[in-house]
Design a binder for this molecule. Structure first.
Ligand SMILES: [Zn+2]
Length: 61
């Protein structure tokens, strides 16, 4: 019996322990990478915001 990918119904590699094909798992991994990039970008923006605020508002306290 050939296992099929749960998402795209493509035949899975024999003996694979995954329920989705490499293609679908690759997309998922890419999504995690993108999320990491977005998180880094958000962190960078926050750092920039803090620095900029410090420059524009030296009398903060
Ligand atoms: Zn698939």
């Amino acid at each position: 019996m050939i296992m099929e990918c749960k998402k795209c119904k493509r035949p899975l590699t024999k003996g694979t322990k995954y329920k989705t094909c490499e293609n679908c798992r690759g997309k998922k991994a890419q999504g995690i990478k993108d999320a990491g990039k977005a998180l880094l970008a958000a962190g960078g923006t926050l750092a920039l915001f803090v620095v900029t605020k410090g420059k524009f508002n030296p009398k903060g306290k």
